[in-house]
Structures are given as structure tokens and as C-alpha cells.
Design a binder for this molecule. Structure first.
Ligand SMILES: C[S@@+](CC[C@H](N)C(=O)[O-])C[C@H]1O[C@@H](n2cnc3c(N)ncnc32)[C@H](O)[C@@H]1O
Length: 316
């Protein structure tokens, strides 16, 4: 049976890191097909060979969109198995049979756990956020929306350290359209020295972005100031800047620690720092970085979220 993996992002990287042998993958699929991924070809979805037995593992959260695109390529929904499945109320997968011998048992078990129930929010009827913004991590993004709504008297810019493809930066930009948005990333993945020891899928997936990809996504790109390269060197010259809201999402310990050290002393009173992955067991360096910072500077006022990867909201 031919196996295709739809996506060349983190979810695809995770799938390989979790135990699917990359040699078993006929090809990865990406509507912007580009070279290879982990040594396997990357094809546009139209290139799937729909004759004979095949299965498409959907390593993306964009289920609705992918069902539509797949249908346009002659790939029926019965050929799709969604790997980011238990984020919404309905299980999109009806038949796990084809995947039983293929997927690592831990992944199969997590796919079949009951969905998370999340109450829709009624307090933000004029939200600039789209369904797509909310699809990946509803609690994280809706919390950001509520925090931004409370920043009216808080001066300062917005910033993100760790932008990747710009999904969260898009929300920051949409919710704070009047503010400068500093974007700190290499846009080429992690510092190889710092990422030594991380899974190869995780590392390669994060190379898969560019400044143009991110700017295209922003509703107010004129507010963006791109600081490309390795942080904290890229913060040079911004010592006098003040911030109202910062997303720290660098995944690894030293970069996170450097981010805390740069941004926290420059936050306006009433502002927030969102430390992503604080409770993510796969990225323990984030928590270690915070503990180091607190040991040196004292306990911060902070609230953990029950979002997908356990963001810590630090309140200044
Ligand atoms: C998990 S991704 C960010 C995801 C993004 N915030 C989102 O929610 O869509 C982590 C990013 O941090 C970047 N990064 C980590 N350490 C960095 C450093 N020292 N300098 C610049 N970028 C860094 C990586 O290149 C990667 O794109």
C-alpha cells in the first residue's frame, strides 16, 4: 500500500519522530511542493497515484480545507486519516483499520481519545479572527484576544520571538492593528548547536518557512518589523523599546531564557508575556528557562492556561 503524508510541518515531523519509518512514506504532499522532506519526495496533492491501494495520513490541523482539496484531486475522504484529530468535537476518522499496523500504537491511542470540549466565546462578536486562526488552539488564541482587548491604556509594541510560519503572529497583528509588531526568528529554523539532540523531524520542519510566507499571512504587514537571525543578537538597537504584549515561543531553553531576559525588563505595567510550551512535556527547556529566570529575579505573577501546549501568561 502506498502511504502519503499530507503536510511538511511539525505534525509530519512528529509522525516520523513518533515511529513511522520514513522509508515507508511514498511521498509527502504539500500544495507548494518543494524538493524533499526528510529525504523523501514532496509532491503536489494532484500527483497522488489514486490507482490501487493507498492511504493519506493528514499531518495538518486544516481538516476542512484538506478534505476539499483532496476531493478536487480525486482522493476520497475514506482514504484520509487525520492525525490532528481530537481538537474538535467530532472524530473525523471513521475507520482506523488501515492504519492499525502502520501507525505507532501511542499515536493510534491518542487519536482515539475522546475530543476536548470547549465552550464557544460569546463576548467577542466583532472578532477579527477567522475560523482558521481558531482551529489549531482555540484556548490559546481566544485568551490572546481577551488579553489584547485589555491593553488599551498600556503603551508599547507587540513582539514574537519564534515566529515560524506566522500562525500566531497573524493573530497578534490582527488583534493589535495599531501597534508595531516585531518578529524575531531566523526563518530558517533553530540554532543547530542549541537544537542538537532534538528529533530530526522537529528540526527539519522548522526550517520550512520564510519571511515572505509570514508577511503574506499578516492582515497589516506594514506594522511588522522583521528581525531575522539568531536572537538575542537581533534585538540590538532595541534597548529603549517598550512592549505591551510579547509571545515567547522559541521552544528551547537558552533562547527562551534570553527572551525572558530581554523582554521582561522592557514590559509596560499592565502588559503580558505569553510563554508558550511552559507545560509541554516535549519541550522541558522552556520551564527550566523560567525557573532559572525566577531564581535570579524573583517570582513572576503568572497564570497557566489549559491550552494545547500549556502556555504561561505572565502579567506585568
Ligand atoms: C514553535 S516555532 C514558533 C511557532 C509560532 N510562534 C506559532 O505559534 O505559529 C519556534 C521558532 O523559534 C525559532 N527560534 C528558536 N530559537 C531562536 C533564536 N535564538 N533566534 C531566532 N529564532 C529562534 C525557530 O526558528 C522556530 O521558527
Amino acid at each position: 500500500m502506498k502511504i502519503y503524508v499530507w503536510g511538511t510541518g511539525c505534525a509530519a515531523g512528529d509522525l516520523i519522530d513518533m515511529g513511522l519509518a520514513v522509508e515507508r512514506v511514498t511521498a509527502f504532499l504539500d500544495s507548494e511542493a518543494h524538493g524533499g522532506f526528510l529525504g523523501r519526495p514532496v509532491l503536489r496533492p494532484e500527483a497522488v497515484d489514486t490507482d490501487g491501494e493507498y492511504l493519506v495520513l493528514v499531518a495538518s490541523r486544516r481538516a476542512q480545507e484538506i478534505v476539499r482539496q483532496a476531493a478536487a484531486c480525486g482522493i476520497g475522504e475514506d482514504r484520509l486519516l487525520f492525525l490532528r484529530n481530537n481538537w474538535t468535537l467530532t472524530d473525523r476518522n471513521t475507520d482506523y483499520g488501515k492504519a492499525r499496523d502502520l501507525l505507532p500504537s501511542s499515536l493510534l491511542a491518542s487519536l482515539q481519545t475522546p475530543p476536548r470540549v470547549i465552550r464557544p466565546l460569546s463576548s467577542t462578536p466583532d472578532s477579527p479572527l477567522t475560523e482558521r486562526d481558531l482551529e489549531g488552539d482555540y484556548v490559546r488564541v481566544r485568551t490572546l484576544e481577551l488579553l489584547c482587548a485589555g491593553l488599551k491604556d498600556v503603551p508599547g509594541a507587540a513582539a514574537e520571538l519564534g515566529v515560524y510560519r506566522g500562525g500566531f503572529a497573524r493573530c497578534l497583528n490582527a488583534l493589535l492593528p495599531e501597534r508595531t509588531l516585531y518578529l524575531f526568528d531566523t526563518f530558517e529554523g533553530f540554532d543547530p548547536a542549541e537544537a542538537r539532540g532534538e528529533g530530526s523531524g522537529f528540526v527539519e520542519a522548522h526550517r520550512n518557512t520564510s519571511v515572505e510566507t509570514v508577511l503574506r499571512l499578516l492582515p497589516h504587514p506594514e506594522q511588522a518589523v522583521v528581525r531575522q537571525g539568531l536572537f538575542p543578537a537581533t534585538a540590538q538597537g532595541l534597548e529603549a523599546e517598550r512592549f505591551a504584549l510579547v509571545s515567547l515561543d522559541a521552544d528551547l531553553e537558552e533562547s527562551t531564557y534570553a527572551g525572558l531576559g530581554f523582554f521582561l525588563p522592557r514590559m509596560s505595567p499592565g502588559g503580558y508575556v505569553l510563554l508558550h510550551d511552559y507545560l509541554n512535556p516535549k519541550l522541558p527547556g522552556v520551564r527550566r528557562a523560567l525557573e532559572r529566570y525566577e531564581a535570579e529575579h524573583g517570582r513572576l505573577r503568572a497564570v497557566p492556561l489549559c491550552d494545547v501546549n500549556g502556555t504561561l501568561v505572565i502579567s506585568l
